[in-house]
Design a binder for this molecule. Structure first.
Ligand code: 6LW
Length: 506
């Protein structure tokens, strides 16, 4: 997804390798292919699955939980509830994905022969307690399920049956909060237990312990945490929640989440927690994490950027939406269709607005600090438009009704129309642009500006408002997600001819 540039010193790559709200990465290798899964919270479909041949360039190929029978997100699913922290593994010719639905089914497991799908119906795991489940198989074929805390239970992954009591394995550094995101691996002579600790905010870090058996006992690495950016001014913060994988040449790499705060103090991140890549070297039987920077040396194997650049425009000339489109809690076909008006996406309101859990919404993640989003909307039969969403309490929108375009802002309990203007006749192009603030001349400077408006028939952008982006940051809204740009309908039926997402320089 990121462009690789060649510098004078040689090839470089950009981090995050998967920009935007793709948190809690779990990665596995199958032959020459790599697959990666992320958390998805209140969004449907759930658990994005991405593919790569080089660990650097990733393409979303599907979602593991893309049928209502696999993913139950009841209407009272809070934003940042729902789906947390999967583990993805390739074992015995199959892909295994274990994950927690904190709002309905608890821990569950799905399998697939092709990670693009279809994935199986879920096997529920009522005997597995705790979030962030991991699965690992030992040489005798036992499957060990380790969860946040950090505890472990033996599991039959075919039936979901558990055996014995959950055993406490390790709590990370004494006094550190939130030992979580465990992953267990057999590497060389040892079993390694990798965890995150310190919480998923600025104190986040990665620690490791090793033992001679998957059940422990585990000896912590003397150099723990093996990765943290806490207390630094590194541009990538909150680094943690990692997984290990071997590159095509046998070298070791770590995928992990990080955020890019902007503005003054305390810093606000708006793209959510993003997936980064870092090299790992083994010294005396312990992993040592190398350079993790926004621009860093490329791995030594041939990079494989996508043959064609990702499409900027989705024209909705399809029957199925591309896998990067996400909705809230569910997506009933009768409310979201490309068949009603062929070549257009039709959204039918369910009586809910952006302030509600059940708004009819189809969006994609903001993946670049600076970008332009445009959509051509026909709102003759309803009311709807283009939103920048953090959650139902934090969103900006530019909305069309017959004859009017209106910009609105919801920030916590405050909900206000910021500007309103007669719109050109007929379908109208709505536009949102984000621009990071480059110069912080006041400690209170926000991270970016979000401009919202419409286009005159000649393409001129009429910005009705330019709003401080901090109010659509995770630090303000709370929770675990990032910004999503979405089309929505709040009354009647609203038709969208196309949607453009364009990264901008800077
Ligand atoms: C996830 C936990 C975490 O379950 O945040 O960063 C939680 N780590 O491991 C939600 O993503």
């Amino acid at each position: 997804m990121r462009v690789t540039s060649v510098s004078e010193q040689g090839s470089t790559i950009s981090n995050p390798v998967i920009p935007g709200f793709y948190p809690d990465p779990s990665v596995c290798r199958a032959g020459d292919d790599y697959y990666l899964a992320c958390s998805s919270f209140e969004y449907f479909p759930g658990v994005p699955i991405l593919h790569s041949r080089d660990l650097v360039h990733w393409t979303q190929i599907g979602n593991a939980l893309d049928r209502p029978g696999q993913l139950r997100l009841p209407q009272d699913t809070a934003s940042s509830g729902g789906i947390y922290a999967p583990t993805l593994r390739h074992h015995d010719g199959r892909f295994w994905l274990i994950v927690t639905n904190v709002s309905a089914d608890g821990n569950l497991l799905v399998t697939a022969t092709d990670p693009a799908g279809p994935w199986s119906d879920p096997i529920l795991l009522p005997g597995v307690h705790g979030i962030d489940p991991d699965i690992a198989w030992d040489e005798d074929g036992n499957c060990w399920c380790t969860t946040a805390g950090v505890g472990q239970i033996r599991l039959d992954p075919h039936t979901g049956e558990t055996f014995g009591e959950r055993r406490q394995l390790w709590s990370g550094a004494p006094g550190a909060k939130a030992p979580e995101a465990p992953h267990l691996y057999r590497i060389g002579d040892h079993w390694y237990l990798l965890i995150a600790e310190g919480g998923t905010e600025r104190g986040h870090g990665v620690s490791i312990a090793r033992g001679s058996a998957p059940t422990g006992p585990f000896e912590p690495c003397p150099a723990n945490p093996i990765l943290t950016h806490r207390g630094t001014d590194h541009p990538i913060q909150n680094t943690g929640h990692a997984d290990l994988v071997q590159g095509p040449d046998g070298s070791w790499w770590m995928v992990l989440l990080g955020v890019r705060p902007g503005g003054g103090t305390p810093g606000w991140h708006v793209l959510g927690r993003e997936t980064c890549l870092a090299p790992v070297e083994w010294i005396d039987g312990w992993p040592v994490v190398g350079e993790l920077s926004p621009v860093m040396p490329a791995p030594p194997w041939p990079l494989q950027p996508p043959a064609v650049a990702p499409e900027r425009r989705d024209g909705f000339d399809v029957t199925e939406l591309a896998p990067y489109w996400i909705s809230l809690r569910h997506r009933p076909a009768e409310d979201c269709s490309t068949k009603e008006r062929p070549g257009w996406l039709t959204l039918r309101a369910r009586g809910a607005s952006l302030d509600d859990a059940d708004v009819t919404f189809v969006g994609r993640r903001q993946q670049h600090p600076s970008c332009r989003v445009r959509t051509l909307v026909d709102a003759a039969e309803g009311r709807g438009g283009l939103a920048v969403r953090l959650d139902e309490n934090h969103h900006y929108s530019v909305e069309a009704t017959s004859g009017q375009v209106q910009v609105a802002a919801r920030i916590g309990p405050l909900n206000t129309v910021v500007a309103s203007r007669p719109s050109p006749p007929g379908p109208v192009v709505l536009r949102v642009e984000t621009a990071p603030v480059k110069t912080v001349n006041d400690a209170r400077t926000g991270p970016d500006l979000v401009s919202l408006g419409f286009e005159e028939p000649d393409g001129t952008f009429v910005a009705l408002a330019s709003l401080d982006g901090r109010y659509l940051s995770t630090e303000v809204a709370g929770g675990f997600t990032g910004r999503v740009f979405g089309m929505f309908a709040s009354t009647g039926s609203v038709h969208f001819d196309w949607f453009d997402y364009e990264p901008l320089e800077g």
